[in-house]
Write a protein that binds this ligand. Structure first.
Ligand SMILES: *Cc1c(COP(=O)(O)O)cnc(C)c1O
Length: 393
């Protein structure tokens, strides 16, 4: 019997033609010809690979495509969106610094601000990102960074990015923008004054609910190098297969985004006209509380996310999900298919009822990540679900 390890000696078959799809490289290590060559690779990043935690071709290929979307270069793909948030913050901060965050950040980012960073000696506080004045009041002498999201979850409030970017610039504070909900299709945060942009690639960019990945890009190469070093040291490295899948997803990102956005506009208007609905929140609608700012920041790109509130409470909410089993009731977003989430029982379950009410989240509150299905089918699903909810009140 031939020793299967022989393939390692013979190498992988290659030829004059080149593959059209990106090759998948699950290898952990890369062999160099000589110690001199290895030295050279370590000293000149980008000239070769050594060990997959440091860098690998599938992550590089994906990072370069994301860089092109964000209008920068040298970005880093991480093992999750939270890994990107963590790398960005810890790559910039040290004990004694203060970071000012938006008060409606993604749940885990809030937890990072409330528990993890303070345990490391980093001060944190929160302010309303729709109000640049509130942010100005929250700045302390040791404020080193600001972290905001372009569009908040799940109430879809639109940050005053222009006002906060001006404040950050004036005070010499780093501005970190998590642009997961708007994606670079709507907002290129670096062009609008952000120093660092963060994406949860898990969501719309990869788009198929089958990978967990993040991305971070700093405008300043020295800062990017510090973030990269921190991410490699902490092992926030992504899997090659996840990167390969996300790259494949990215080829249809623009098509998916545009189709989902068209559906979201139509569905928002449809839901707003149904009996039993107290309000619909969609940045593209004139009745959105930040409609003018949404137009200025997002332009004609109000996105695929919408929320709505039933007039009824938990009983109505239970009736709605039970009546529409074809729309997965699952706490995520950005999938090709429409998914439905209920913040009071998932992302915002740790808040008291009063704290939820204060940010406008009642028991009848739902968030919809609209997908690319036939919109008439979606309208029929929601008509049925909302009718069942109204009957349960
Ligand atoms: C999902 C999400 C994250 C975290 O991303 P993961 O890939 O799940 O770790 C961060 N920020 C926002 C706005 C998100 O929606």
């Amino acid at each position: 019997m031939t020793d299967p390890n022989l393939i390692r000696r013979q190498g992988f078959p290659t030829g004059r033609s080149r593959p059209v799809a990106s090759p998948l490289h699950p290898t952990v290590v890369w062999a160099a010809d000589t110690p001199d060559q290895l030295d050279n690779i370590y000293e000149n990043p980008g000239t070769g690979f050594t060990y997959a935690r440091e860098a690998h071709p599938n992550a590089e290929a994906l990072a370069q495509r994301l860089d092109a979307l964000e209008g920068g270069q040298g970005g880093l793909v991480t093992g999750s969106g939270m890994a990107a948030v963590t790398a960005a913050l810890l790559g910039c901060l040290k004990a004694g610094d203060h970071v000012l965050g938006g008060d409606q950040l993604y749940g885990r980012s809030l937890r990072l601000m409330a528990e993890t960073l303070p345990a490391m000696g980093i001060e944190t506080s929160l302010a309303d990102p729709t109000d640049a004045l509130a942010f100005a009041k929250g700045v302390r002498p040791n404020t080193r960074a600001i972290l905001i999201e372009t569009v908040s979850n799940p109430t879809l409030r639109v940050a005053d990015l222009a006002g906060i970017a001006a404040l950050a610039k004036e005070r010499g504070i780093l501005l970190l923008v998590d642009s997961t909900f708007s994606t670079p299709r709507a907002v290129r945060a670096l062009d609008l004054g952000a120093d660092i942009v963060i994406q949860s690639v898990t969501k719309l960019l990869a788009g198929h609910s089958d990978v967990t990945l993040g991305y971070v890009l700093a405008r300043d190469p020295a800062r990017m190098a510090a973030i990269r070093t921190l991410a490699v040291t902490m092992g926030l490295t992504p899997s090659p297969f996840d990167c390969w899948l996300a790259e494949r997803g990215l080829f249809t990102f623009a098509l998916r985004y545009d189709a989902a956005e068209r559906n979201a506009q139509a569905l928002a208007d449809h839901i707003a006209g149904l009996p039993g609905v107290a309000r619909v929140i969609y940045p593209g609608r004139a009745d959105h509380p930040d409609h003018n700012r949404a137009r200025a920041l997002l332009g004609e790109r109000p996105g695929n996310m919408l929320s709505f509130e039933l007039a009824g409470g938990r009983a109505a909410a239970n009736a709605l999900t039970a009546a529409m089993p074809d729309v997965p009731f699952a706490p995520t977003l950005g999938d090709v298919a429409t998914t439905l989430s209920h913040p009071p029982s998932s992302s915002h379950r740790a808040l008291t009822v009063a704290a939820r009410e204060a940010i406008g989240i009642s028991e009848g509150f739902f968030r919809v990540s609209v997908g690319v299905e036939d919109v008439e089918m979606l309208k029929a699903d929601f008509t049925r679900g909302i009718a069942a909810a109204a009957a349960a009140v």
